[in-house]
Design a protein around this ligand. Structure first.
Ligand code: NAP
Length: 290
């Protein structure tokens, strides 16, 4: 069997076009233009690339993008003051603080300070708590992107066994919560570096989501024939190119469907951040979700 390749880039273009239409309608009907603020502390090159990508995508969707670039030696107090200002700014609907922060800064109080109604990155513990008890809230962009990819690919989640490899607060853990909520109804195994016999665990999966940040971790012998394989990993190779956590060439010979890296989950992550910003702009003004 050769797997169907799920084209995350094409899906992202489709969803972004729909978001841009919704943004234009919001402006025409309610004179509202959603605004997203991204705070970047220091000059980490990868973070600069991510913030730049988000900025261009936000503007392309017709939203206002504000980039706040702070010196690497910014104090905790000053960073928190910037977030407080953005909380109070009515023109800003979504706030994200790009991680990782320089070592002298603690990200937790900063994330906790973000107004939950503007928490489009969904990293505030209040947002995570609402998700855990099944209350409506923002979905963290990468898990949201994975969910949309699975929906678009027609993967039946109810009753399916999903093995997620990686338990971070950014990807694996929120995805495990999202997929086990009533209405989605997957059975989830959340694997991590202490999981015994990862290969045997993965072989039981109808869907594998690899989010460990280890190039080539998921090999063909770990995949049940016909399983769906979603690769969240982004790892740099020695020549500087991007590779996932899945040994793509061999796994595609076994899997039923697979996302590539690049061109899979990555474009959907930025897209779902835009979706969250649009939802924030609507809900902050008492407008129903579309
Ligand atoms: P992270 O915070 O480093 O977490 C990695 C997780 O993988 C941890 O839970 C770790 O287990 C687990 N792990 C590491 N090695 C493992 C192994 N050999 N076997 C089983 N589990 C293992 O990383 P993250 O922020 O979640 O990101 C994960 C990957 O996704 C990275 O490559 C990142 O670049 C990528 N990413 C991509 C996007 C996108 O848009 N495409 C977005 C976010 C992240 P322990 O908890 O036991 O240490």
């Amino acid at each position: 069997m050769t797997a169907r390749i799920i084209d995350g880039k094409a899906l992202a273009q489709q969803v972004r076009a729909r978001i841009a239409d919704d943004v234009a309608r919001l402006a025409a009907e309610h004179r509202v233009t959603p605004g997203l603020a991204a705070v970047l502390v220091g000059e980490d090159p990868a973070s600069q690339v991510y913030v730049g990508m988000k900025h261009r995508a936000t503007e392309a969707a017709g939203m206002v993008s504000r980039q706040i670039l702070l010196d690497a030696d910014t104090s905790q107090e000053d960073l928190e003051a910037v977030v407080a200002e953005l909380n109070a700014d009515e023109s800003i609907d979504g706030i994200l603080v790009q991680l990782p922060l320089p070592g002298h800064l603690d990200p937790n109080p900063v994330q906790e300070l973000i107004d939950p109604s503007k928490d489009v990155d969904a990293l505030n513990p209040y947002t995570a708590g609402r998700l855990a008890v099944g209350e409506p809230t923002f979905l963290s962009a990468t898990p949201y992107g994975v969910l949309e990819i699975l929906r678009h690919a027609g993967v039946e989640l109810a009753g399916a066994h999903v093995v997620i490899v990686g338990r971070s607060n950014l990807v694996g853990r929120p995805l495990s919560v999202i997929l086990t909520l009533k209405g989605r109804d997957a059975t989830v195994t959340l694997a991590h570096s202490r999981t015994r016999d990862l290969a045997a665990v993965c072989r039981q999966a109808d869907v594998i989501v690899a989010a460990a940040g280890r190039a080539g971790l998921i090999t063909a012998e770990m995949v049940r024939p016909g399983a769906v394989v979603i690769d969240v990993g982004t790892n740099r190779t020695e020549d500087g190119s991007l590779t996932g956590d899945v040994a793509f060439d061999e796994v595609r010979e076994v899997a039923g469907a697979i996302t590539p890296v690049p061109g899979g989950v990555g474009p959907m992550t930025v897209t779902m951040l835009l979706q969250n910003t649009l939802e924030a702009a609507r809900s902050r003004r008492g407008l129903p979700r579309r």
